[in-house]
Design a protein around this ligand. Structure first.
Ligand code: AMP
Ligand code: GLY
Length: 441
């Protein structure tokens, strides 16, 4: 089959790379490609938002399956348009994508489904919201309803901070229309985990857990980013935990969506807060996480093309989904200054030492023999023949090995071979899980 991937970041590179290794897939296309993606897929110069252009391309090239990486085209109804045109696409409809694009919708579905989540209230009026935070007088979280690229959530200690957050979202409209409505919920404590399930509307297949590192600096300090690193699986959250999340969260959510007449198809990415035995849902996303997708794709065994086609066609039962038990770790190499201002166009050195590793290089040989290492491109471009930086997150160095400690070591060893001016990375990706990994074994 021929597959089109929509998007062009590290997540989409990982998807293209895995599709390229699928026995059933003989053509991989990607809009709009990157120097890394172009090694495993044919670039397509159509914007992810140009649905008519994409539909034309898919018809002309007889693409069998389209897979969407980012949330924006999903929230804007790319799946509805493809379905209307009779084309097969993996992802939720616009109405179902509200699980991510509207926090009030998501919370309402959680309540209908009986999914455990923080107590909440929804406001369209700033004054009423302010009265509410004064009245509850406990730590809360203020969330802009719409898509705000991870910036619309403010975790507050007290009513003073909550009032400020309400003002930013509703009065100053810092997140535009996304902040016209807000959700205020109780602040929860615990361990944050990402859980992924592939859903066909009726049934779901667990992909298991990953853990993201959202803050820019080590020890979870500094502003939040799109994600500075991730690893999967998460020690201590194995099969038993997975089946609990499937029973308490994923299946009830799918049932509630069906009951609303908006069955959910695609990747359900559940943001969890776990505190001892208590599992609470913080949010839903309707796509793969980035960088969580990179370790998941490295662990994915079997034919990704057949699996996602089966799910897109409502036949999850036929999808052979298996993840290698070996852990994979992704370390993001970011531009200096990210998530604030940063420069682009800076030459990147050292990639060839990993991808086309010279056998004489002992360090690289070690990495290649003992582990799998793959560098996914998140934001790169070519300036002539030179690979240069072209985004806040530049590369995602991903490694899989026999244990978490080895995978971490290999990812950092490979990352150490890469250089560009101002390069920033977290040094502690996966470190917190290491103690637990040892305890599990
Ligand atoms: P969200 O986009 O809803 O996942 O929120 C972004 C981040 O805010 C999460 O990754 C959490 O770190 C934090 N957060 C969201 N909701 C809560 C909550 N109820 N309690 C504590 N932290 C939260
Ligand atoms: N890494 C978090 C996300 O993709 O939303």
């Amino acid at each position: 089959m021929k597959v089109l991937v929509v998007g062009k970041g590290g997540r989409e590179h990982a998807l293209c790379w895995r599709f390229n290794q699928s026995p059933s897939v003989w053509g991989v296309y990607c809009t709009s490609g990157s120097p890394g993606i172009n090694q495993v897929a044919k670039p397509v110069a159509i914007a992810p938002g140009d649905f008519a252009g994409l539909i034309g391309f898919v018809r002309e090239q007889k693409i069998d399956l389209t897979v969407v990486g980012p949330e924006e085209p999903l929230a804007n109804g790319i799946v509805d348009e493809f379905a209307r045109a009779g084309l097969t696409i993996f992802g939720p409809t616009r109405a179902a994508a509200q699980l991510e694009s509207s926090k009030s919708f998501a919370k309402t579905v959680m309540r209908e489904a009986g999914v455990p989540t923080a107590a909440f209230a929804i406001f369209d009026d700033a004054e009423a919201a302010r009265r509410h935070v004064d009245a509850i007088a406990r730590p809360c979280v203020v969330k802009a309803d719409g898509l705000a690229y991870g910036k619309g959530v403010t975790v507050c200690d007290d009513a003073v901070q909550a009032r400020a957050a309400i003002g930013e979202a509703m009065d100053a409209r810092r997140f535009g229309a996304a902040g016209a409505r807000i959700v205020i919920e109780d602040r929860l404590a615990g361990e944050e985990l990402s859980f992924f399930a592939l859903c066909d509307g009726d049934e779901a297949i667990a992909l298991g857990c990953a853990q993201d590192h959202k803050a820019v600096f080590d020890g979870d300090r500094g502003p939040n980013t799109g994600g500075m690193g991730a690893y999967s699986p998460v020690p201590g959250y194995g099969a038993e935990f997975e089946s609990r999340v499937m029973d308490e969260v994923v299946r009830p959510t799918l049932a509630a969506m069906r009951a609303r007449g908006v069955p959910f198809r695609g990747v359900l990415f559940v943001g969890l807060m776990v505190d001892g035995d208590r599992i609470n849902v913080l949010e839903y996303n309707v796509r793969f996480g980035d960088p969580e997708c990179e370790p998941l794709m490295m662990r994915f065994e079997g034919d990704l093309g057949e699996a996602l086609l089966a799910i897109a066609e409502g036949r999850a039962r036929d999808a052979a989904v298996r993840l290698a038990p070996r852990p994979a770790v992704a370390v993001v190499l970011a531009s200096g200054g990210y998530p604030g201002e940063y420069r682009i166009g800076l030459p990147i050195a050292g990639l060839e030492r990993i991808d086309g590793a010279a056998p004489s290089d002992a360090k690289v040989r070690w990495a290649m023999e003992r582990t799998r290492v793959k560098v996914f491109h998140a934001g790169t471009a070519l300036a002539g023949t030179t690979l240069v930086t072209d985004g806040g997150r530049v590369l995602t160095v991903t490694a899989m090995a026999d244990g978490l400690e080895r995978a971490i070591a290999a990812a950092y060893e490979a990352a150490g071979l890469i250089e560009f001016e101002g390069m920033h990375l977290r040094r502690d990706v996966g470190r917190r899980a290491l103690g637990r990994d040892a305890a599990d074994r």
